[in-house]
Write a protein that binds this ligand. Structure first.
Ligand code: FES
Ligand code: FE2
Length: 408
């Protein structure tokens, strides 16, 4: 098996897929499921699944395949504490038990319990546990306060999406049309109250990067020359990778920002981007504002499957002539426009100095998947995740960036 396969492949019994199975994983946003509402189709680590909330508010996650003759269960009726398959009326509850069957004289007796995974609702998501690690590691670092989420389905391998999330260097180039230069007195990034743009106290497109391994993943920092020209200061932005699928990037004055990816299969990924604030003294951002700023608006820019409508993949060359850098609207679309499709062959990459963080991540996770294939488990850092905070701002040159825990 090549190193790139250790890193990228997550289907069937792939080592990296088994790393993911140690953690609670996001099946969908909590807002997508309602009691006796339409079941939600999802695909995770190559497995087709259906998630639903029953009449009592219990959440179930089952294989999306009726055990009778394979009808998709996301089209089933959801009522009376279970899903009823439209085809012949098999009824299954949240535990996967077959509790009736309309067209069977034995009323479904004799069917085996369906494949099902433990599910729970927490912090804006429905989480499922697809593995047998009894510790059920819970990796979310946002808890309480305000939570705004976007969800987009994209045709890229999960590692490609994570790499962009930890790569601070591209923000100064790819996303430059969503950034505005702060005036010289600014020390941190503020948010324009009218258009949501980020007003950053730096103008440096070529950051120096550092990264360090941690029990929960890795922490990295990008150092830029500050806009105020002070030779004794650096403008710092951290990005913190939390195993297996989260990256907390630098906050701004209003809200914190965490990326979360969920591998659908080897070549497709569900991308979640969470803007959250648990400090009541700060503004936060509403769901509506966040979706509008990112241009990821269900029913408007995104279809029912949370994919961008094709028009958004069309590059606006006219806008580019008029000063827009990419011709794409919104930070997520700008990223998706430049990602290589499917699984990237990383042996073809010619890395530069600002890729230090990326190469460290690749090495770390490839090694981790190799060790996992021999039975090694991730450390239990469940207590640490909620204490992890990114930081940004102008700092002295000798600033210690290596510990992003709020208690430190
Ligand atoms: S396929 Fe579902 S009841 Fe027959
Ligand atoms: Fe980006």
């Amino acid at each position: 098996m090549q190193d790139n396969d250790y890193l990228c492949l997550i289907e069937n019994d792939a080592p990296m897929g088994n790393v993911f199975r140690n953690f609670w994983l996001p099946a969908c946003m909590a807002e997508e499921v309602e009691e006796d509402g339409p079941p939600v189709r999802t695909k995770m680590l190559g497995e087709d699944l259906v998630v639903f909330k029953d009449t009592m508010g219990q959440i179930g996650c089952l294989a999306n395949e009726c055990p009778h003759r394979g009808a998709p269960l996301h089209k089933a009726r959801n009522e009376g504490c279970g899903l009823t398959c439209l085809y012949h009326g098999l009824k299954v509850n949240v535990d996967g038990d077959i509790v009736g069957m309309r067209s069977d004289t034995k009323n479904g007796r004799g069917f085996k319990t369906m494949k099902n995974y433990p599910a729970k609702e927490q912090d804006g998501f429905i989480w499922i546990n697809m593995g047998d690690n009894p510790r059920n590691l819970y990796p979310a670092n946002w808890t309480g306060g305000s939570i705004a989420i976007i969800k987009v389905k994209v045709p890229f391998n999960w590692a490609t999406v994570i790499e962009a999330s930890i790569d601070s260097s591209h923000s100064s180039t790819l996303h430059q049309s969503n950034l505005r230069k702060a005036d010289k007195s600014a020390q941190t990034t503020s948010v324009d109250p009218y258009d949501g743009m980020w007003i950053r106290p730096d103008v440096d497109g070529a950051p120096r990067m550092k990264a360090l391994e941690k029990p929960y993943g890795l922490v990295g920092a990008a150092f830029r020359n500050p806009a105020n020209g002070d030779p004794d200061l650096d403008y710092i932005r951290t990005s913190i990778y939390m195993m297996p699928n989260m990256v907390n990037i630098s906050p701004n004055d209003d809200y914190n920002i965490t990326f979360m990816v969920m591998p659908i299969d080897n070549e497709n990924t569900m991308f979640y981007w969470i803007a959250w604030q648990d400090d009541p003294k700060k503004n936060g951002i509403t769901q509506e504002q966040w979706r509008r700023f990112t241009n990821a608006i269900p029913g408007e820019t995104l279809n029912e499957e949370y994919e961008f409508y094709p028009i958004h993949w069309k590059q606006d060359r006219e806008a580019m002539k008029n000063g827009d850098w990419t011709g794409y609207t919104g930070i997520p679309m700008q990223d998706f426009a430049v990602f290589p499709p499917g699984i990237r062959d990383r042996t073809r990459d010619q890395l530069i100095g600002s890729d230090v963080w990326i190469s460290k991540w690749r090495r770390h996770m490839t090694q981790f998947a190799k060790k996992a294939s021999k039975g090694s488990l991730p450390s239990d850092c469940s207590d640490l995740y909620s204490q992890i905070r990114g930081l940004e701002g102008n700092v002295p040159k000798d600033f210690d960036w290596t510990d992003p825990l709020i208690s430190s």
